[in-house]
Design a protein around this ligand. Structure first.
Ligand SMILES: Nc1nc2c(ncn2[C@@H]2O[C@H](COP(=O)(O)OP(=O)(O)O)[C@@H](O)[C@H]2O)c(=O)[nH]1
Ligand SMILES: [Mg+2]
Length: 260
């Protein structure tokens, strides 16, 4: 079993990608288990093999007087009680890959300790990677990019798993951004350069954004950023290939070869 954890803000496309990435992986042969870890999910675009809603619901905490956000955090924290049952359910399926779809409340994974503790317990010592989804809308201008990449880095230090950063809904990106910005983001200082040349912000904001961006490069955090769209099957195959690279191990895995 190899775990793929999809994390990202609400609406960034995690549940949709769970469905599409699972289908893509299955089309190459390996089996996939889909795990819904969002207790507040109402409708899912896939049939989860394991579902946190069978163990905890947000409603029970709202009835105790918590608001929707607090109830969701309480529900995820409480799911820790059922982690060994959840883990057993996943182990029984014994799929090659397990995709975990998570709630969009990012304080769970970027700031609080509960989300990572629960996820680590579910994953155990199986190989695992995070896919962090950054909505295409953030890639319209440099401030958007630095803010979402900084959030991505908070998730990486919290979850402490290898992380693939993807631009989701890449079909919505402007041609210029697809061709001239995304492929160059990994170049040392590329984003810092874009920020330095912005003339519509004051010096304080420019310096802060630039320092954040520099830190992301110095630490090596900004590597390859992969554009992914559910309308582009090739982008899904590339994401799968990247995950295989990270999670590979057994000889029984066919390595999907691709050229960028
Ligand atoms: N254009 C486009 N829309 C997408 C894509 N992936 C997801 N969406 C849409 O984005 C919205 C939010 O998706 P969802 O999977 O529910 O996001 P989640 O809250 O992160 O689970 C839905 O309306 C999806 O149809 C994509 O690749 N391209
Ligand atoms: Mg969702």
């Amino acid at each position: 079993m190899r775990f793929i954890v999809l994390v990202g803000p609400a609406g960034s496309g995690k549940s949709t990608l769970t469905a599409e990435l699972a289908d893509t992986i299955e089309s190459y042969g390996p089996s996939v288990a889909r795990v819904n870890y969002d207790p507040a999910a109402e409708k899912l675009p896939y049939e989860p093999e394991v579902d946190i809603r069978d163990f905890v619901t947000v409603d029970e905490f709202m009835e105790e007087g918590l608001g929707p956000n607090g109830a969701l955090i309480a529900a995820v924290d409480t799911s820790f009680k059922y982690v060994s049952e959840i883990r057993d359910k996943i182990s029984d399926i014994n799929a090659d890959y397990v995709i975990i779809d998570t709630p969009g409340q990012l304080e769970l994974f970027a700031y609080r300790v509960g989300g990572p503790v629960v996820l680590r317990a579910v994953i155990g010592d199986s190989p695992a990677a995070t896919v962090f989804l950054m909505d295409a809308v953030f890639f319209e201008e440099p401030i958007g990019m630095v803010s979402i990449l900084t959030l991505a880095s908070s998730v990486a230090v919290r979850l402490q798993l290898p992380q693939v950063n993807v631009v989701s809904k890449s079909d919505l990106l402007r041609e210029e951004v697809i061709e001239e910005v995304i492929p160059r983001l990994g170049e040392e200082g590329f984003l810092s350069g874009l920020i330095a040349s912005m003339d519509n912000v004051d010096d304080f904001v420019r310096n802060l954004a630039r320092s954040l961006s520099d830190a992301l490069y110095v630490s090596g955090f900004i590597g390859e950023v992969i554009p992914v769209s559910i309308h582009d099957p090739d982008s899904l195959s590339k994401l799968y290939a990247k995950l295989q690279q990270i999670l590979a191990g057994g000889d029984d895995y066919i390595f999907y070869d691709y050229t960028v």
